[in-house]
Design a protein around this ligand. Sequence first.
Ligand SMILES: Nc1ncnc2c1ncn2[C@@H]1O[C@H](COP(=O)(O)OP(=O)(O)OP(=O)(O)O)[C@@H](O)[C@H]1O
Length: 262
Amino acid sequence: MSLLEATKLTRNFGGLTAVYEADLHIDAGELVGLIGPNGAGKTTLFNLLTGVYPPSSGTITLTIDGKTEDIGGRKPYRICAAGVGRTFQNIRLFKDLSVLDNVATALQQNLPYPLFSALFHIPPFGATERRIRSESLELLEVMGLGGKANELARNLSYGEQRHLEIARALATRPSLLLLDEPAAGMNPFETAELTALIAKLRADFGLTVLLIEHDMSLVMKICERIYVLDHGIVIASGTPDEVRNNPKVIEAYLGGEEVGNA
Ligand SMILES: Nc1ncnc2c1ncn2[C@@H]1O[C@H](COP(=O)(O)OP(=O)(O)OP(=O)(O)O)[C@@H](O)[C@H]1O
């Protein structure tokens, strides 16, 4: 059984259908890409999978450790608690908090009794706080930001802020990580580094990853399978080679040009 299965997923905004009867499945451990021209419905699909918008119709099921849940239309925090973490196309950090606190706040959300203990400063608050701090630092190390823990998030470079976003998403302890254009705005060197990092995170954390990305060098290099959306419809899916050579994709995605080579 797939970790994530979406069936006939549809989302209308007034008279506009942003996603129409999309079927997709992602198996545990897979690294899957979601591509398509601007306005194809990619972010809307992410928003449906993470509860930002309820689907107009269709179902979404998540199966983790043999337990299947219907997550379609659930609130974002419940979907996050069920095991789906994400980053956003536009960076969303607490810019006036330290880099460490940005990760710590995300970690805290998943602990059993943070608020009561924190409010009254009673045990296990002290122990919990130490644990959050050390886990946050570990995540920052993994993301190459260990030396920046005490900087304000706003003082990080653009690429570092994108790494911090991923650290925050990892802090929610996801089984499935959704990355919305993780390489947006990065130069080719930064993109190559990020490509290797995503592959490493998947292996080290045992993650399943679905990513939206316009940078074809990243998508073609690390994705095992790719879904292609055009005008809200899944027009193709398959391996990078299958997708790259699919006439429908070539026509829809690049207006007749060849889809980028890795
Ligand atoms: N909240 C909303 N209200 C109305 N229309 C919306 C809303 N969100 C998205 N849309 C519309 O849905 C369509 C799909 O948008 P979406 O952002 O999902 O595309 P995308 O593939 O992620 O595009 P891009 O690659 O440019 O980010 C677009 O026509 C967009 O204007």
